[in-house]
Design a protein around this ligand. Structure first.
Ligand SMILES: [Zn+2]
Ligand SMILES: [Zn+2]
Length: 117
């Protein structure tokens, strides 16, 4: 699940902050992680001679931000055990026999309630 999430995280970061998104494979809605500011954004603009240093710090902070976004996404996404797709809580149903995505549940006529309506 962790690897699946990591492979779906899209980088939406800018020079000033880090942000990642994931698209639900059922409804197509994008979810965005809470943006984390780049601590040295102002200095990076001011001290051009230290560009490489700030680039390195940027990359390191981005790695951490990516891990944080992955954690956040784990609370909002699930993998459907049938179609194996990554789906948001609004599309993931708690069913009697096994929790499924909306489409699989519908196909098999399994009634269920979404994790997050
Ligand atoms: Zn969805
Ligand atoms: Zn499914």
């Amino acid at each position: 699940m962790k690897d699946l999430l990591a492979s779906h995280l899209e980088d939406c970061s800018t020079d000033r902050y880090f942000c990642f998104s994931i698209r639900c494979e059922v409804c197509g809605e994008y979810w965005y992680s809470s943006s984390i500011p780049f601590a040295k954004a102002a200095q990076a603009v001011q001290y051009r001679e230290k560009q490489e240093l700030y680039d390195a710090i940027y990359q390191r902070e981005k790695q951490r931000a990516r891990a944080t976004a992955g954690q956040e996404a784990r609370e909002r996404f699930s993998q459907c055990p049938v179609c194996r797709r990554l789906v948001c809580d609004a599309c993931f149903l708690i069913c009697e026999e096994m929790d499924l995505c909306r489409e699989c549940a519908g196909r098999m006529q399994e009634p269920g309630e979404p994790v997050a309506p």
